[in-house]
Design a protein around this ligand. Structure first.
Ligand SMILES: *[C@@H]1O[C@H](CO)[C@@H](O)[C@H](O)[C@H]1NC(C)=O
Ligand SMILES: *[C@@H]1O[C@H](CO)[C@@H](O)[C@H](O)[C@H]1NC(C)=O
Ligand SMILES: *[C@@H]1O[C@H](CO)[C@@H](O)[C@H](O)[C@H]1NC(C)=O
Ligand SMILES: *[C@@H]1O[C@H](CO)[C@@H](O)[C@H](O)[C@H]1NC(C)=O
Ligand SMILES: *[C@@H]1O[C@H](CO)[C@@H](O)[C@H](O)[C@H]1NC(C)=O
Ligand SMILES: *[C@@H]1O[C@H](CO)[C@@H](O)[C@H](O)[C@H]1NC(C)=O
Ligand SMILES: *[C@@H]1O[C@H](CO)[C@@H](O)[C@H](O)[C@H]1NC(C)=O
Ligand SMILES: *[C@@H]1O[C@H](CO)[C@@H](O)[C@H](O)[C@H]1NC(C)=O
Length: 677
């Protein structure tokens, strides 16, 4: 037989012998579903902590392994070796003071009846303290200095045999890994600490080692005592813990416990131990007061601030101007927010055109799905705004099939938004002045548009409850609806720029070529000045030319449409003035009528012009056009020279005769037509 086999054989024998020994061991990494014997105030918490005392005064608590453990070695009376380790924590209401401590105890009885709390640690009473018949072994973790028991300080570890006067004790702490430096520990710091107790039954020696939970077991024990426990321990003993409180509220916790007879107690798995309550309830509420509340309020303030910021941003983005006098215009007032969304945020893609007063966007109202055109007019001054809005609102009530319905308005800082019905076919301008074939209008279409616009303007001047002066009649302000009906748009807008301005410095709003001479001079718009513009419009529609058309190459030279038509008329060939795009499909009499009417309306003197009522009748041929030959009475040619009546004319408007912004145009018109007075 080899020596190896022999060794194996002996190993087998020792194993058998060992197994015959009482080698009871148990390990609790937390006490969930353990069956410990508890008395006093001891309890298991829901997360598996063993709490020996709760927050109450003058209480004791015991926890014992439920079965007795045999401590003698086989048949001999010698006490078996044993080893235990446990993790504990002591939390006190004060940082520098604690209720009493914890004792690891070997007792002949389960529980310690008649023992006292407080300094007796739940182990003894006055009469049996120190009595050798107790057969009690204890390892105390004492946090109060009791001079009657000769305690060394208020933070010590001691070995107690049958009484509270320790056989040996040491101030709490541990030797670091090199064994050189001793580090103090506070037992009631509330931090978990691990302690090891080992009894060597052969050497009769007790070793006690303490360390913080995150430190491996130091090599050098805190406390060693040579003591034969054979006379002290009974054959069968109970192992467990005792703890007590005095006048200071203290909680004593055991987080994990391992025990073994005849061998090394199994290591605890620190990561599996239950968590201590982070702060006791009092501290919890205090912490909430100190840390939580400010934090929560800060968060709340932040959230409110963010909400307010967004609210203000949104509010600012969609802010409008409201004034008391607008209260009655509720139904005609649009929300900026709605217009914003209708036009997709005034996207370039939705832009219909850019007019003299602002940009026009197409939009679809969010709820009604109504197609609208939104005109943004920038307007800084609030002067005259009240009157203007009043006019807008009353204009909004105008209903005529040849007017573009004004649905309402919206007012913001520096901006006015006007909401119109959307006209499918856009402005007449496009049809007259583009070379594209698909946009060309035939004569009957043009004539219908002319009559429509005339009827719309007549409605504004005479048929409605108050006189409305359009002020800016021109092809680009005539819009075509789905049935190619001409509809006047943009009425009254120029008024916005008239209000409150000094007549001396009036800047006339309107469009060059459509402005009546007296309008240019005085800045005053009248129904007659509208008729003058309408005349220019008539010529524009028939001739397909703008009232003043720049000749491309030399910019100083421009064709004045009125001059041109007059010229043709004088030659007896007025029909020649018509748009070449008209082709041959036209009614000569109608074309002639409109051209002549255009000349008549272009008379430089307001009184010589027909009213819209008359214009309508001429167009309907209810009334014969007057003889235009008087126009030719003028001795003036079509030159740029001065009209002989010009001085007289100018004298009647002395204040402004010298600052005519469009003197060039108006003098042409004057020179052409003023002779007929
Ligand atoms: C303890 O005893 C049991 C059975 O009595 C045995 O299976 C086990 O191996 C023993 N353990 C030690 C460490 O001796
Ligand atoms: C402590 O435990 C005792 C007994 O279980 C109980 O009566 C008492 O209310 C507890 N005190 C606190 C503060 O939990
Ligand atoms: C008890 O231990 C002592 C040594 O400490 C030894 O001499 C003695 O024989 C032991 N007794 C028994 C019964 O094993
Ligand atoms: C404990 O600390 C408090 C202040 O935190 C102090 O008032 C008190 O005197 C201290 N007690 C002891 C025994 O040091
Ligand atoms: C412990 O042992 C002693 C003497 O050996 C005996 O008097 C006492 O009754 C025992 N205690 C218990 C609780 O068995
Ligand atoms: C002290 O405890 C012992 C053992 O339990 C008991 O016999 C005795 O009566 C107790 N004495 C007092 C004063 O409570
Ligand atoms: C450690 O504790 C002892 C006993 O209380 C004290 O004398 C010593 O100064 C302490 N050492 C340190 C470093 O705090
Ligand atoms: C117990 O008995 C075993 C085997 O007999 C021996 O190895 C061990 O040292 C004994 N322990 C004590 C404390 O006497």
């Amino acid at each position: 037989m080899s020596s190896k086999l022999l060794a194996l054989f002996f190993m087998f024998v020792t194993l058998v012998v060992a197994s015959e020994d009482n080698n009871i061991s148990f390990t609790y990494n937390g006490f969930k579903s353990s069956h410990l014997y508890l008395d006093g105030v001891a309890e298991l918490t829901s997360n598996g902590l063993l709490r020996l005392t709760n927050d109450s005064r003058q209480q004791k608590g015991h926890a014992f392994y439920p079965n007795p453990i045999v401590f003698n070695n086989g048949s001999s009376s010698n006490v078996s070796s044993f080893s235990t380790t446990f993790v504990f924590a002591i939390k006190s209401e004060f940082p520098n003071l604690s209720g009493h401590g914890i004792v690891f105890v070997l007792s002949p009885t389960k529980g310690l009846p008649n023992s006292l709390p407080s300094q007796y640690l739940g182990l003894f009473n006055e009469s049996n303290n120190g009595n050798n018949n107790n057969h009690v072994f204890g390892l105390e973790l004492d946090t109060i200095m009791n001079t009657e028991f000769d305690d060394i300080n208020d933070n010590h570890v001691g070995i107690d045999i049958n009484g509270l006067k320790s056989e040996k004790s040491a101030s709490a702490g541990y030797y670091d890994i090199d064994g050189n430096e001793f580090k103090n520990l506070s037992l009631f710091s509330g931090l978990p600490m691990q302690i090891w107790l080992e009894y060597d039954g052969v050497k009769k020696k007790i070793d006690v080692t303490l360390a913080p939970i995150n430190v491996v077991k130091p090599k050098q024990p805190l406390l060693s005592l040579n003591k034969d426990l054979s006379s002290i321990l009974n054959t069968s003993m109970y192992v467990g813990f005792s703890s007590s409180t005095g006048s200071i509220l203290t909680s004593h916790y055991i987080l994990g416990w391992s025990f073994k007879v005849n061998g090394q107690a199994q290591n605890l798995v620190i990561s599996e131990l239950p968590k201590l309550p982070t702060l006791d309830e009092k501290h919890d509420s205090k912490a909430i007061m100190i840390i939580g509340l400010p934090l929560i309020s800060l968060c709340l303030i932040l959230m409110v601030a963010i909400a307010i910021f967004h609210f203000i941003k949104r509010k600012k983005m969609f802010s409008e101007l409201h004034e008391d006098w607008e209260k009655d215009y509720g139904t005609q007032r649009f929300k900026y927010k709605d217009l914003y969304f209708a036009t997709k945020g005034f996207k370039e893609k939705e832009l219909l055109g850019t007019g003299g007063f602002g940009r026009v966007y197409k939009g679809v109202m969010p709820i009604s799905k109504l197609e609208v055109a939104v005109k943004r007019v920038s307007h800084e001054s609030r002067q005259g705004m009240k009157e203007f809005v009043a006019e807008i609102v009353s204009i909004g009530r105008l209903r005529h099939r040849n007017l573009v319905p004004l649905l309402g308005y919206c007012r913001r800082k520096g901006e006015l938004l006007l909401v119109y019905d959307y006209m499918q076919n856009g402005s007449l301008d496009k049809y007259l002045h583009t070379k594209q074939q698909r946009f060309t209008l035939n004569w009957s279409q043009r004539f219908r548009i002319i009559k429509g616009v005339a009827s719309g303007l007549f409605y504004l001047h005479e048929e409605w409850e108050q006189v409305v002066i359009h002020r800016d009649i021109k092809a680009s302000n005539v819009l075509l609806d789905g049935e190619m009906n001409g509809r006047l748009g943009d009425f009254g807008l120029s008024r916005l720029y008239d209000h409150g301005t000094d007549p001396q410095t009036t800047h006339v709003v309107g469009t060059l070529g459509y402005l009546a001479p007296e309008h240019t001079r005085t800045g005053k718009a009248t129904t007659s000045s509208d008729v003058y513009s309408f005349g220019a419009f008539l010529l524009e529609v028939v001739c397909g030319k703008r009232p003043i058309e720049q000749v491309r190459e030399c910019e100083s030279e421009s064709i004045i449409l009125v001059d041109y038509v007059y010229d043709c008329w004088k030659r007896g060939e007025i029909i020649e003035a018509k748009d070449v795009n008209l082709g041959v499909d036209y009614v000569v009499e109608e074309v002639e009528l409109v051209l002549k009417l255009g000349l008549l309306c272009s008379h430089c003197e307001a009184l010589a012009r027909p009213s819209m009522r008359q214009v309508l009748r001429y167009l309907e041929r209810d009334l014969q056009l007057p003889d235009l030959s008087f126009l030719s009475l003028s001795s003036m040619g079509l030159s740029y020279g001065q009209c002989e009546n010009f001085q007289d004319f100018g004298m009647s408007y002395p204040s402004s005769s010298m600052d005519r912004p469009f003197s060039h145009t108006s003098s042409i018109a004057e020179s052409l037509l003023s002779g007929g007075r």
